[in-house]
Design a binder for this molecule. Structure first.
Ligand SMILES: Nc1ncnc2c1ncn2[C@@H]1O[C@H](COP(=O)(O)OP(=O)(O)OP(=O)(O)O)[C@@H](O)[C@H]1O
Ligand SMILES: [Mg+2]
Length: 192
């Protein structure tokens, strides 16, 4: 098994052991900080996944954004090409269970949004380093997307998910900001 795979499995196991209360504390901290960022405040359109049980809550982020008149676009995994297509949605009846049990917009009920219209992209991941490099769920979906995406990128994680250095491959691309329950890291300013 590759080093990335081992790290990913170990972290997913650790995260699964957190209590509901601990998870809630992390999420509240992340959200409070995210909402203070110019990236969030100035974004007209936000690209964000619809969180599963094992991921940090994004429903609160989605509702806050809607409340401020922002457009929420969520991804649908194109399994054959490993591409992500984003669709704008604003009601529960426009989403359904999709690939790997991840909720995704129903294309017939929503409008596809080009990457260039997404001002802020919230990028999921399992492990991060301070430079913004990440280990995701292993599909390479976000590495492919980030190669074509030019807007602002933020990942939400916990302090526990930060490690010194992620084993990097040529196609791995970093995110610009990492928000934990404690702080906002601007990854290009990190020297360690
Ligand atoms: N830009 C790209 N073009 C083609 N293949 C890519 C690209 N980026 C990554 N891949 C492929 O995707 C696979 C998974 O990559 P990796 O292990 O880094 O996944 P990950 O970063 O955990 O996933 P994700 O990006 O979905 O969060 C690798 O086999 C890699 O070759
Ligand atoms: Mg990668």
């Amino acid at each position: 098994m590759s080093e990335k795979k081992i790290l990913r499995q170990k972290m997913l196991k650790e995260l699964s052991l957190l209590s509901k209360l601990d998870r809630k504390k992390v999420e509240t901290g992340q959200q409070m900080q995210l909402f203070t960022t110019p990236a969030f405040q100035n974004a007209a359109t936000i690209g964000v996944t619809i969180s599963t049980e094992i991921e940090w809550d994004t429903y609160t982020v989605i509702k806050k954004a809607w409340g401020e008149g922002k457009i929420i676009a969520s991804p649908k995994c194109m399994v054959k090409t490993k591409e992500l297509h984003y669709y704008a949605w604003n009601h529960q009846n426009q989403i359904q269970d999709g690939y790997a049990g991840i909720k995704e917009p129903i294309p017939e009920k929503t409008k596809q949004i080009p990457y260039s219209d997404i001002d802020l992209l919230i990028v999921p991941g399992v492990i991060f380093d301070k430079r913004g490099y990440r280990i995701g769920y292993g599909g390479g979906y976000y590495d492919r997307m980030l190669a074509d995406y030019t807007g602002t990128t933020i990942s939400l994680c916990s302090e526990q998910q930060l490690i010194q250095q992620i084993p990097r491959e040529s196609y791995d691309l970093p995110v610009e900001q990492i928000i934990t329950e404690e702080r906002i890291l601007h990854t290009s300013e990190q020297n360690t």
